[in-house]
Design a protein around this ligand. Structure first.
Ligand SMILES: *Cc1c(COP(=O)(O)O)cnc(C)c1O
Length: 480
């Protein structure tokens, strides 16, 4: 090792010295000693590595005060929340990676009230004794869906697991090969079935499954006939599937329960808003199925949850299953779910109040008008080199619902001098309030269908910051 390296290493700040410097800076008021020590060690270690790697870049040891500043910066970063609000300008309404459904105002209010205080979560106020946590949403769910009984768990995957474990553990669950879907996050229906201890009995082929296929598979080993809503893909062309009604009659004939894993959980008729036909929860329950499972945060527009609806007898078994305890819903989710469900007592109100439904059903002229407004807001920011145009395009439902549905939209397309579209998209994503956008060739596209008017200033301010930074960057390049 050369002498200079050795010399630099010898002068690395001592942790005690750093702590003293940090104390003078007042860092102890924000952070415990242990974390200051850990951050100090990490920063000194980085310095050591830097010296060993390329001593040429360092002629002398940085001042103690500067190193302490680095430690402080590190801890300040720790204080910043990592789970943050983002602006979803992708136009994908149910974006699983961006948290699926934003909650409506009432759901948020319920959440705040219940979360910040004690509640009657499992307490029957009339009887003054222990109650059931599901009781708070049970009546609403039964009323809205027509189900006899309702139960909520952590998410729909948990709901499927719980139902299968209850009805088909060690028995066969008959399911069409065309419905063995992957839900996302590499969560596959066959894998959940296996975990539940149900024996998967595949029938039919990928594109065609007939009633006879189900019928031939029925035996004394059969525990369940299962239908899975193929929510995130479509097989088109030469296809055939057996209707839920036909499966229900088959189940009745052989005394086998029939389950529909519906997923999307649509409570209103979307076709009347010009969207494709997605089975409503009520129509599924009307078909006579014994049990159905739906997601809380897809088309329902509420919090992550799994809703199980079904016949009284079967539901009693599902509720008694010890697994239910492990998959149980928490009080925050329940509060938000209740706040969401009440909106549906007036479906028109639900479409207004629930952002997911609002975004999906916003008529194109309204979206186009809002796109114009965003374009105007951005133009008025007076950012030199920023070119804004409006373009026709399509939004997507996402989140495993209406996979073929393209919703017409108006996009705000941005080009910015000196930053490629790839760079601009990246800068937008790295803002304090990240803006998630799409790229199309040389342009960054913002789809206002998933952007609230109240978020327009965030995009404008974000662009100002990006413009300011690239200006500074250009200036330093010029002077150096
Ligand atoms: C989305 C979906 C699930 C999983 O629901 P989560 O709430 O994400 O766990 C299961 N089945 C179907 C058919 C789905 O669409």
């Amino acid at each position: 090792m050369d002498e200079r390296k050795k010399d630099l290493l010898k002068h690395l700040p001592k942790i005690d010295e750093l702590l003293l410097a940090l104390e003078k800076k007042g860092a102890f008021s924000q952070n415990g000693r242990d974390y200051l020590v850990a951050a100090s060690r990490a920063v000194v270690e980085e310095l050591r590595e830097a010296i060993l790697a390329s001593p040429g870049n360092m002629t002398e040891m940085p001042r103690l005060d500067d190193v302490a500043g680095k430690v402080e910066e590190r801890l300040t970063a720790m204080h910043r929340f990592r789970l943050r609000k983002v602006v979803n300008a992708t136009g994908v309404v149910l974006h699983t990676n961006l948290g699926r459904s934003p909650l409506c105002g009432d759901a948020l209010e319920r959440l705040m009230e219940v979360a910040g205080s004690y509640s009657n979560l499992e307490y029957d106020l009339e009887k003054g004794e222990r109650g059931l946590r599901y009781s708070h949403v049970r009546e609403l769910l039964c009323l809205l869906s027509g189900a006899e009984e309702a139960l909520v768990v952590n998410n729909n995957a948990a709901a499927v697991l719980l139902v299968l474990d209850t009805l088909a553990r060690g028995r066969e669950a008959i399911v069409s090969r065309g419905e063995l879907v992957e839900i996302g996050g590499e969560f596959r229906i066959p894998d959940i079935m296996e975990k539940s201890g149900a024996i998967l009995r595949e029938v039919g082929t990928t594109n065609r499954t007939r009633q006879g296929d189900y019928e031939r598979a029925v035996s004394e080993r059969t525990g369940l006939i299962m239908k899975v809503h193929t929510s995130n893909f479509r097989i088109v062309g030469f296809t055939e599937e057996v209707s839920l009604e036909a499966l229900v009659s088959l189940g009745k004939a052989y005394g086998i329960p029939v389950m529909d894993d519906l997923g999307s959980g649509c409570m209103i008729d979307l076709a009347s808003y010009g969207l494709g036909r997605e089975p409503t929860v009520r129509s599924v329950m009307n078909s006579g199925v014994d049990v159905a499972t739906i997601s809380g945060d897809k088309l329902l527009g509420g919090p992550q949850a799994g809703i199980i609806l079904g016949k009284k007898e079967i539901m009693a078994d599902v509720m008694r299953n010890p697994l239910n305890r492990a998959l149980r819903i928490d009080k925050l989710t329940l509060a938000a779910l209740e706040g969401t469900l009440v909106q549906y007592l007036n479906p028109q109100n639900a479409v207004r109040a629930i952002r997911t439904l609002h975004s999906l059903t916003e008529p194109l002229p309204v979206t186009a008008k809002r796109a114009k407004r965003l374009a105007a807001v951005l133009r008025r920011a007076g950012i030199e080199g920023l070119e804004i145009t409006l373009k026709k395009g399509f939004s997507a439902v996402g989140g495993g619902a209406l996979p073929m549905q393209e919703i017409e939209t108006m996009l705000v397309a941005m080009r910015y001098d000196g930053l490629s579209s790839v760079r601009l998209e990246e800068r937008l994503r790295c803002l304090d309030v990240p803006v998630i956008a799409r790229i199309d060739g040389g342009e960054v596209l913002l789809d206002v269908r998933t952007v609230d008017d109240g978020e327009f200033p965030l995009i404008r301010d974000g662009m100002k910051i990006i413009a300011g930074r690239s200006f500074e960057h250009a200036a330093t390049l010029l002077t150096s």
